[in-house]
Design a protein around this ligand. Structure first.
Ligand code: WT7
Length: 637
């Protein structure tokens, strides 16, 4: 850990916030919730029936109303979305435009019979229609479930099926690095056997030819005569706003379910505290809306504040590595929020490229998704921020809804330490504990847990309360288990050390080992597969796969590798493509049949294998050792 620290003051010093939060976190959040517009007041601030939390019980509100309607008197003509297409197209939607479009689309959804509580899968590229679709669902109380448009048809099918969506919203195609991804075709493939889907709405982004099916409705036709008036539903605070699927270590992706009042309170507060948001700011978050960062900090949080958001459709390095800086200069971006992977990539190409752009409008720089290396942090601070912008390293998860650890220059000035996400946000209780749940001494590695409910926390996993309990609340009694390792230093700064479980983080994207392994094993020649991540200079982590072929398969390894990669791209998506595939005759397992991924990881990294008996319970040392020896012998690159 670096001992250097950097202090940048934005002139805010509101120590009262932390004091109030510490003295009574429930009345603290009660007060924060009043920053939103409610149709009716709640009767109970927190109903904590562990591990289920309900915030602002009985209060009614509407997320879309808070994002759009409340700004119509003061900001109707202010840009809400400044959209930049990958091919240079651009458009501006004011708060009035956005409300009109959302109302029209809400009415269109209603005309198709969609009701409060129904699910809608959204599979769109980064176009304003994605925000419009989400907000329209929120307006009528439908639950949106956005699937990242880089996921394959099989992954999409699983998610539509699990959520039993009635409507799927997609586009004819989306642009990615200059070529068109035929999204509508992928949807057609995904819904072939799904009876739940009644309609597919197709936004005409690329105008490529599509095959029209009886269930299809064109976006333009639905919108043509639709009215711009639609009353927002009055929804109870814990009415689900959305499901977002995320990966774990076992089984299928989990449907993280977020509510309304608590979630929005968390977003409103963290956006203000961490990013010091002002009416004059231009906010640019590079995340795709298909991930939680996009849900929370491209769509909901900025709109709650009436902020202007830059939304970019394409790849961050297309047509070249200067694209992001071109956007910052063109739109006079003042707050920029991106990932360590993107920064590592930019840094590799040197300072001359960003230095040739006018980045002087920047005043805050954020990072999220994976640990940021101190040298990358310093590069961001010096080369991009010219030492005048605080670096906001925000730690959180799909499940937490919003930021949980972050510097908060909107309320306080503290020295920043490169690589540390600093302190918990006010009103939350994070700790680093050992295996037994006891807080570890400072500077000791342990598990990051959350000891009190927080407003942005997930309600449950969609349709699976038991899984919700076991995944997050069974390792420790009364604490939420994050799955991350962390250290708290002598000054109370938190340092995230990466995942403690088998979840992969490739370029900041969360990829589940089980989903990936079963995809590889779906290849007809494969008997069994195991994957693990190893460190990578740019992506943080890359995927290594160990594959056991069925008996008697005598194919050329190179062509098999190609076939397996194709299977993965079709089964999960290009983001899950393994960097290397090793063919082995056996996988090391424990007596109970669990694959020892940690051992595989050590092998792939060429680390020394320590005492294998401690790696997994019940593992017979000799068994594992011989499997390992065989593995070492059989590994061929
Ligand atoms: C996991 C959650 C947070 C929204 C995007 C990712 C890792 C996230 C940081 C950070 C170190 C981080 C953790 C976490 N992570 N932010 N600032 N420093 N690690 O959401 O896909 O649910 O992934 O991302 O490992 O558990 P997600």
């Amino acid at each position: 850990m670096d001992s250097e620290s950097y202090t940048v003051s934005l002139g805010n010093n509101n120590s009262e916030i932390r004091q109030k939060a510490e003295s009574d976190f429930i009345s603290f959040w009660d007060k924060q919730a009043k920053n939103l517009s409610w149709f009716s007041q709640w009767t109970k601030t927190l109903d904590w029936n562990p591990p289920f939390a309900k915030w602002f019980v009985g209060g009614t509100l509407n997320a879309c109303y808070n994002a759009l309607d409340i700004h119509q008197n003061t900001r109707a003509e202010k840009p809400a979305i400044l959209w930049e297409g990958e091919n240079g197209d651009s458009s501006v939607l004011t708060y009035k435009d956005l409300l009109d479009q959302v109302n029209k689309f809400s009415n269109a959804l209603k005309s198709l019979g969609l009701k409060k509580g129904d699910r809608v899968t959204i599979y769109l590229p980064m176009v304003p229609e994605l925000s419009i679709s989400m907000l329209a669902c929120a307006r009528i109380g439908a639950i949106h479930t956005v699937v990242f448009s880089g996921f394959s048809s099989i992954a999409l099918k699983d998610r539509i099926d699990d959520s039993k969506s009635k409507i799927v919203i997609t586009a004819d195609g989306g642009y990615r690095r200059g070529s068109v991804v035929k999204l509508k075709e992928i949807v057609d493939d995904a819904i072939k056997e799904l009876d739940c889907v009644q309609n597919v709405i197709v936004f005409e982004r690329t105008k490529i030819d599509i095959t029209k099916n009886p269930k299809d409705k064109l976006w333009s036709e639905l919108m043509k005569d639709s009215s711009t008036k639609c009353e927002p539903e009055h929804l109870e605070s814990n009415h689900p706003l959305y499901i977002l699927y995320t990966s774990g270590t076992t089984g299928k992706p989990k449907g993280v379910l977020h509510g309304t009042g608590g979630y929005l309170t968390h977003l409103y507060s963290t956006f203000k505290w961490a990013f010091d948001i002002k009416d004059s700011d231009i906010f640019f978050c590079t995340a795709d809306i298909g991930w939680v960062t996009g849900h929370s900090y491209v769509v909901y949080a900025p709109l709650l504040h009436g902020a202007t958001v830059v939304m970019y459709e394409g790849a961050p390095d297309y047509p070249d590595i200067s694209r992001m800086w071109g956007i910052v200069q063109k739109y006079k971006v003042s707050i920029f929020y991106t990932t360590p992977t993107a920064l590592r990539m930019f840094m590799k190409f040197g300072d001359a490229i960003p230095n040739s752009f006018n980045l002087s409008t920047l005043r805050l720089l954020g990072t999220v998704g994976e640990p940021i290396n101190p040298e990358v942090w310093k590069w961001y601070f010096k080369t991009i921020g010219k030492e005048k912008c605080p670096i906001i390293d925000t730690w959180w998860q799909t499940e937490t809804g919003g930021m949980m650890l972050s510097p908060l220059p909107g309320i306080e000035t503290i020295p920043l330490k490169p690589g540390s996400a600093t302190h918990p946000i006010p009103g939350t209780d994070l700790a680093v504990v050992d295996e037994s749940g006891t807080e570890v001494p400072s500077n000791t590695k342990g598990y990051l847990v959350i000891r009190k409910p927080w407003p942005g926390m997930l309600l449950t996993l969609w349709g699976d309360d038991d899984k919700y309990k076991t995944v997050y609340w069974s390792k420790y009694e009364n604490s939420y288990y994050s799955g991350d390792y962390a250290i708290k230093d002598e000054d109370g700064y938190f340092w995230i050390l990466g995942r403690a479980d088998d979840v992969l983080k490739v370029a900041g994207h969360r990829i589940g080992t089980a989903e990936l392994e079963s995809s590889i094993a779906s290849h007809s020649d494969v008997a069994e597969a195991a994957v693990c991540g190893i460190p990578d200079e740019i992506k943080g982590e890359v995927i290594i796969a160990f594959v056991v072929l069925k008996q008697g398969i005598k194919k050329n390894e190179e062509s098999l590798r190609k076939e397996i990669i194709k299977v993965v791209r079709n089964g999960v998506g290009p983001i899950a493509t393994p960097e290397q595939i090793y063919f082995v005759s056996k996988l090391p397992k424990t007596r109970s049949g669990k694959i020892m991924r940690r051992l595989l990881k050590s092998i792939a990294k060429n680390d020394k294998i320590g005492d294998v008996s401690t790696l997994e319970d019940g593992a017979a040392v000799s068994e594992v050792q011989s499997a390992f020896d065989e593995l070492k012998k059989s590994i061929k690159k």
